[in-house]
Design a protein around this ligand. Sequence first.
Ligand code: FAD
Length: 386
Amino acid sequence: MKDNYDCIVVGGGPAGSTTAALLAMAGHSTLLVERDAMPRYHLRESLMPETYWTLRRLGVWNQVKRCRSTQPADVQFVLRDGRRPATSEQELDLRECCVTWQVERADLDRLLFDHAASHGAECRDATPVQDVIMDGDHAAGVRIARGAGPVRDVRCRILVDATGQQALLANRLGLRAANEHLRKAAVWGYYRSARREHDEDARGTVILHTAGRESWFWQIPLSEDITSIGVVGDSDYLLEGRGMPAEAFEDELVKCPALIQRLMNAELVSRFHVAREFACTTQRRAGEGWVLVGAAYGFLDPIYSPGVFFAMKSGELAADAIIDGFLKNDLSPRQLGRWTDEYDASGQLFDHVERWDDEPAPDNAAGEVAETLRLPSSDAERFSSE
Ligand SMILES: Cc1cc2nc3c(=O)[nH]c(=O)nc-3n(C[C@H](O)[C@H](O)[C@H](O)COP(=O)(O)OP(=O)(O)OC[C@H]3O[C@@H](n4cnc5c(N)ncnc54)[C@H](O)[C@@H]3O)c2cc1C
């Protein structure tokens, strides 16, 4: 590890690895530091179709497709009575850029981390950043602790915070605010032999509401007959006065007959995991020598599985702004954050998510959100040529 880099990216999730890869590809000396040893567990997830474009730009799409766990899938919203809205095969667009992909996060994140290294980024896992070094308002580097070794200061011209919910820099600068409208929590576990009564259940994400609509479940099939099942609801509702997370999960399950049927002969093969109040935003997204990306920048709600897409897209846009800033010799906060207004406007999921909570979801809720998420780059236009 050197003492100085053009850029240091903290956090080796999809946002950090995307940013680091693009910076290194553009010839900037880049250090990517990840706290955990890779591969590390991360909640298993679906990828929104739009993620395809960033994976293609990185040149890693074919490798992602070949991962043992990667499968093309769709998303089904199941009605309260257990019925599925009818979908005609002819309406489905099965091009690679148009389907949901199920990917084990440990595999995907490892692949993206290694990919950044293969393009020249210096990638260090099991390397927690203890603190950000500030010269006044300017982020000047990081303080790193590695194993039993001495604490070390490493400096840079640009620091990218990609630490996800830990939000190292945003917390240090007091920029992070919980989203009061979306104080959600999730409880999830993994089951073996959950019934997959429809063909789509074998591959696709299924979203099911509980009676009363106070919570909803995801069902995501994994490899080797394991299914991820999670419930999301208001944090107070789901976790307060409910005892252990398993009790909250089971209480909600009782309100979801369509899911009970699927779990009738299934066996729980993990403990229950909990995440709470993950919806948050930041007051500023770029400053003197720093920029935020991914969930460190903000996160809304998992219902449409947008997290990895937003993480990678923000990493891509931030990397472009930094690369252009180096070229123009302009590393001002304005230049580093030049993409954030448009990005925020494109990601206006708040309305949709809140409407989902307060009223019955419109029939075309997913379609509306997909429209909103068509970011201002030429991605949408590329759909027609793929
Ligand atoms: C209940 C729930 C369900 C979700 N479901 C989906 C879904 O189906 N599909 C989807 O796309 N998204 C989903 N998401 C969102 C998704 O998990 C995140 O948006 C995504 O992981 C963000 O990527 P990231 O790279 O910004 O952060 P992360 O993937 O969290 O990566 C951050 C990395 O930073 C590292 N780090 C933290 N602190 C330090 C430090 N001090 N030093 C060094 N490294 C550090 C962490 O170890 C971690 O590896 C879900 C989220 C929740 C809460």
